[in-house]
Design a protein around this ligand. Sequence first.
Ligand SMILES: Cc1ncc(COP(=O)(O)O)c(C=O)c1O
Length: 455
Amino acid sequence: MNKRETATLLTHAAEMAMRYVSEASERRVAPAEAALAALQRFHEPFPESGCNPEEVLAMLDEIGSPATVATTGGRYFGFVNGATLPASLAANWLAGAWDQNAALRIMSPVAAELEEVVIRWVCEALGLPLDCHGGLVTGATMANFTSLAAARYALLAREGWNVVEDGLFDAPPIEVMVGAEVHASLLKALNMLGMGRKRVTLVEADGQGRMRAEKLPKLSPRAIVCIQAGNVNTGAFDPAAPICDAAHEHGAWVHVDGAFGFWAGASPRYRHLWNGFEKADSWATDAHKWPNVSYDCGLAIVRNGEALRACMGISAAYLSPGTRREPMHHTPESSRRARGVEFWAALKSLGRSGLAELVQRTCAHAQRFAAGLRAAGFDVLNDVVINQVLVSFGDASKTQEVIRRVQEEGTCWCGGTVWQGKTAMRISVSSWATTDADVDQSLAAILRAARGSGD
Ligand SMILES: Cc1ncc(COP(=O)(O)O)c(C=O)c1O
C-alpha cells in the first residue's frame, strides 16, 4: 500500500470505529443469533494468496462488529468488565499507530516514561509509598503472579535461599494463607509459582466473604497472607488493618488482590474501605476494570523493588541494564505492548476528582439497582458496599431462568453466580458510560424477565 492508500484505509477504520462507538449504547448488548452464526464465515482454509487490506477491514467490520458484546455501552453489567474511556480509546488508536515495544526504554522512551508516571500517580491516589515499584501486565491474574513471585523471593532470601538461582527443590517451605472466598485467579497464580492451590491455608470468611482476622493461624516469617480488596461477588473488603498488623508482627508478607476494589481507595467517600490496605507489601489491580482503561491492563505494585527486579529482571549481552527503570525488569513479559499509554490517558483525562467521581457514580448506580430490586420484592444477598449487587429471584432454577431471559432479551447483560450456596444474578456496574436512564431501563428489563419467568 502506498501512503495515500494507507491513509484511506485508516480513515475507513476510524469511520467504522466511530460508528461502532456511537451505536454501542443503542444496540442489544449480547450479539444476536444471526451475528454469532455469521462468525462461521471466518472459518475458511488459510488463503493461498493475500487479500486487499480494505477487504480485510470490511470483513472484520461486517462479521466482527455485530459479534462483539457491547461492553462499552452503558448496559453491560457482566463479570467486572470495564468499558473504555474516550481518552483511553483515542490513545489506544494512536498507540496502535506507534506500535511500541515497551520492554526497554531504548525501544520506547515514551512507553517507559508513561509507565513511571502512572505507577506514581496510582501510588499518590491510593496513599501508597511513592518509592514503590511496579509493572504493567495483562490483568490482575498476572499482577497477582508478579507480586507473589516477589513475595516468594523476598521471604526465601531472608532464609538464605535464592529461589531465582536454586528454584523450589529443597527450598524452605512457604506458607500461604488466603480467605475462603479468595478469587480463583489468585490460586492460579500460586499454582503457576509452584506454591500449589491445595497447599494454601483457607481462612474462614464471613457471610460477605471477608476474611475473619481472628481466625488467622499463627504466622511465621515465611508466610504470605493474601487479602482481598473487593470480593468479585459481594465487593466486600477484608479487614486489612488487623491482618497487616498481625502479619507484620511476625515478619510475614501481606499481598492484596484488589482487582477492582483497590480503586475505592481513590474516592474520599469509599476511602474507609481501603483503611489498612496501604500497610500491605504488594498490591495487584486492574486498570481495565473500574478505571475504564482499554483492555488489557493490569498493575502489580511492590514495596520491595529489589525483590521484584530480582525475580523479573533478565540480563543478556545485547540488553543494556540501563541506568533508569526498565519496564521489562518488572514484569514476567519482555516484549509487550505499551499499556501505559492508555492508562496515562485515562488517568490524565479523569484527574483525581474524576477517578473518585467514576467510583462514586458507579457505586450509586449499584445502589439504585439494589433499591429497585428490593422494592420489587427480590432478595439482595449482599451488603452493597461498592459496585456489586447479588440478587436472588427465588430458588436456583428460577434465578437461572431470569438470567437466561435477561441475556436473551438484550437490553442489558448480567451474569450468574452461586454465593455461599445460593444462586444469584450478579450486577457489576463498572462502565463510565452507564447513566441513571441505563439503570432504569435495565432494571425494567430485569423485572420483566423476573415477572415473566413464572414461579
Ligand atoms: C478479585 C479479583 N481478582 C482477580 C481477578 C482476575 O482479573 P483478570 O481477569 O483481569 O486477570 C478478578 C477478576 O474479576 C477479580 O475480581
